[in-house]
Design a protein around this ligand. Structure first.
Ligand code: ADP
Ligand code: MG
Length: 487
């Protein structure tokens, strides 16, 4: 007995220690990745120097193997010796603890289910359709497919990948590949406005239909859902409403925060639909402008459901991703623009993708209305006007670009480990201006300027300040850069 306890404590302790090292190695900037990919791993037992761990899905296992195997190998061997190995056990848990499955209301009338989106009678028109628990199907009823309400333009192929959205995008693909069969159920996408939630949710729907033409996919905004529910209540067809939603295989509900502080009945109806779908292994995809923990005014039990699967956030894209997004939009529209124009827009519009697109569209409109070429000059006039209204902020990226252009260096020079004098100088100048102009901490500035620590940034600031007072060449350079940065 005692011995067993020892062993149990051992493997748990070993894994806890490994986790500490992994967390440390990934650092605070990868906290999200740590929580997503490492905290769900459960240690099961230790056999010699092989640690058996449980992971929630095949996809999860593949992701870890693809992205973190080196780190894991290193850490495991550090703790269990050079021959140490990791073995995975994949466990998918689809059972729902707590509330038993209930439909909202017992069905009283037998009537054709109506599709609340089109108000047409619906029959599931798919091969090998499974038995519905309570078929409303009346022979002779007009057969229609349920239109998915997806926009054909918001595809996964059009959704440019970057560090800002990699996790959400990959999870989205996994969900489309195996709807309802991954541990990402529900998949909750959250972000501030204009960062691609609607686009990505829609894209997952399209991809699902492409890979599984037999699945019923439906996109609905939370506002539509609420209105339909109210209308069904007035018309006495609440049962049909619920029944309709329970037939869906992949349900996408956009902007769920809209229900916060209102619509308790709608939330309850959705809660039951959610349970029903989840229990049947159907996929639920939800978007929200906040993480579930911050969604105040939503039913607590609904919030707890939202935490079951994967919560993936979309961040604002970095400058390289912004450039790629612009290039893609231009390519799709068949319009050409010079690199300097694209760069200018990408560096100066850094709030969100919707504004980035807005700026691009205004620029194209300006140029075609006035029959003017899209030159850098025209772009500057336009964008500066555009940015003024949405308060312009100088970013570290932009500072690096201005400094490197001035010193005639490629902008990625700053990220190189080189000790070449001009590169060191570019890095130090970027740090100096970042400290002066932006609100970023020394640690953040260091991380963005060649992965240096805060002490290096502090040293750089002092160095430039000293040189500025003693060296005429440096003084002129700082003054000119200052002018360029405030233009
Ligand atoms: P949200 O729903 O988060 O407010 P949207 O999905 O409506 O944001 O996105 C706003 C606009 O930005 C859309 O036109 C969308 O196509 C575009 N967009 C957002 N992210 C990307 C991306 N990664 N690649 C391409 N376009 C994007
Ligand atoms: Mg949206």
């Amino acid at each position: 007995m005692k011995n067993n306890n020892m062993i149990e404590e051992d493997y748990k302790r070993v894994w806890a220690e490994c986790l500490e090292v992994i967390k440390d190695t990934l650092g605070p900037e990868n906290r999200k990745a740590y929580e997503t990919w490492f905290t769900p791993i459960v240690p099961l037992k230790l056999e010699g120097s092989t640690l058996l761990v449980q992971v929630p899905s095949q996809f999860f296992y593949e992701w870890i193997e693809e992205h973190y195997i080196d780190l894991l190998r290193r850490v495991i061997r550090m703790h269990l010796g050079p021959g140490a190995m990791l073995k995975y056990s994949i466990v998918m848990d689809q059972t729902i603890p707590g509330e038993p499955l209930t439909t909202m209301l017992p069905s009283q009338q037998l009537r054709a289910t109506r599709n609340p989106l089109t108000d047409l009678p619906v029959n599931i028109n798919k091969e090998g359709a499974r038995e519905l628990p309570n078929p409303f199907v009346i022979p002779g009823i007009q057969k229609t497919r349920i239109p998915s309400q997806l926009s054909p333009n918001y595809t996964l192929e059009n959704f440019v990948e970057g560090d800002c959205n990699r996790l959400a995008r990959s999870a989205g693909y996994a969900v489309a590949d195996k709807p309802g069969q991954t541990s990402f159920n529900p998949l909750l996408l959250h972000s501030a406005v204009g960062l691609g939630k609607t686009h990505l949710a829609n894209a997952i729907g399209l991809k699902t239909k492409e890979l599984h033409p037999d699945k019923i996919v439906l996109y609905v905004t939370s506002e539509q859902f609420m209105q339909q529910y109210a209308e069904a209540g007035r018309a006495g067809t609440t049962n049909d409403f619920i029944h309709f939603y329970e037939m869906i295989d992949v349900l996408i509900v956009d902007d769920i925060q809209f229900w916060a502080g209102k619509a308790p009945k709608t939330q309850e109806a959705f809660f039951h639909i959610f349970n029903h779908l989840h229990q049947r292994g159907c996929q639920i995809i939800i978007t929200s402008d906040k993480a579930p923990g911050e969604l105040q005014g939503l039913e607590p039990r609904l919030i707890s459901r939202l935490k079951w699967g994967l919560n993936a956030d979309l961040q604002a894209p970095d400058v390289e991703t912004r450039k790629r997004i612009l290039r893609q939009k231009l390519h799709n529209d068949g319009i050409e623009m010079s690199d300097e124009v694209i760069e200018y827009i990408a560096y100066n519009i850094n709030t969100n993708v919707r504004e980035l697109e807005g700026a691009l569209i205004s620029l194209i409109a300006q140029s075609s209305l006035n029959r003017k070429q899209i030159t850098l000059e025209l772009t500057k006039q336009m964008i500066d006007k555009y940015v003024q209204s949405s308060s312009r902020e100088v970013t570290i990226d932009y500072i690096q670009k201005v400094v490197c252009d001035y010193l005639e260096l490629p902008v990625d020079a700053i990220q190189q480990t080189s000790r070449k004098r001009e590169i060191v100088q570019a890095r130090q100048l970027s740090m100096y201006f970042a400290k002066k102009i932006t609100k970023s901490s020394l640690a953040v500035i260091g991380a963005q300027c060649g992965n240096k620590d805060h002490a290096t940034v502090l040293h750089a600031c002092k160095q430039i300040e000293n040189l500025r007072q003693t060296d005429r060449y440096m003084r002129t350079m700082v003054e000119e850069l200052e002018k360029k940065l405030s233009e």
